[in-house]
Design a protein around this ligand. Structure first.
Ligand code: HEM
Length: 201
């Protein structure tokens, strides 16, 4: 096993943009003064999630949904190995983490769409309740996600958070992705910038 490139630039940049956007949106959710910041940070999360959905089909090997969205048997097998404190090593996302990722992306889009409707004064109190419920569910999944990352890091003796920055994980050299796809990350930034500019103007 060597350190090999697993996460391309769009995956890494998108992840940390989503983390930042989620934290700011959460912290500003109750304030009238910070309303525009809340809307813009929420929009950032949605714009990245929408890009990530597309990247899940056209991105590099470990970014693709086919690589990490697995059936119930694979999930149960992984969770079993986790409970036995001998989790199976996956070069990309593990099967349980894969579903947390799908849930986070789905919730981000739904939460953003409901927020957008509220911002445009469509729907009433019920929609606000829905938006808050989706955000609370998202926070719960984020907590489970981070707990999974921490436990996975400890059990595999591999710092997964650092890997989300460096892009590198342990693996066989033949399994490395050939390119970090930096140009696609520039497209992601342009897309996020355009979405923010459109919303603020
Ligand atoms: C400080 C809090 C967080 C930390 C430390 C963290 C860490 C990580 C790590 C290490 C991975 C890679 C997991 C693996 O190796 O399989 C990951 C993946 C992911 N995380 Fe987080 N995460 C955090 C918060 C969030 C939040 C708030 C969101 C969504 C709003 C999120 C969404 C995702 C997604 C979508 C992926 C998949 C990455 C991809 O394939 O594009 N994370 N996270």
């Amino acid at each position: 096993m060597k350190k090999i490139l697993v996460w391309d630039w769009p995956v890494r940049l998108g992840h940390w943009l989503m983390v930042g956007g989620f934290i700011v949106a959460w912290l500003t959710s109750d304030s009238e003064t910070w309303r525009l910041v809340h809307v813009l940070s929420g929009a950032l999360v949605v714009a990245v999630a929408a890009f990530r959905l597309l990247w899940g089909f056209i991105g590099s090997r470990y970014a693709r949904f086919v690589d990490f969205v697995r059936g119930p048997r694979a999930v149960a097998g992984y969770l079993g190995s986790l409970l036995a404190l001998q989790p199976a090593h996956h070069t990309g996302h593990n099967p349980a983490g894969g579903w947390a990722i799908v849930a986070l992306l789905g919730l981000a889009i739904l939460c953003g769409l409901s927020g957008w409707a509220i911002y445009n004064e469509v729907g009433g109190h019920l929609l606000e309740e829905l938006h808050e419920g989706l955000a609370a569910t998202m926070l719960t999944v984020v907590i489970v996600h981070v707990a999974g990352v921490v436990s996975g890091s400890l059990l595999h003796d591999e710092n997964l958070v650092r890997a989300m920055f460096s892009g590198q994980k342990s693996g066989v050299p033949d399994d490395a992705i050939p390119s970090a796809r930096p140009l696609a990350a520039v497209v992601l930034l342009a897309w996020v910038g355009a979405a923010g500019w459109w919303l603020a103007s």
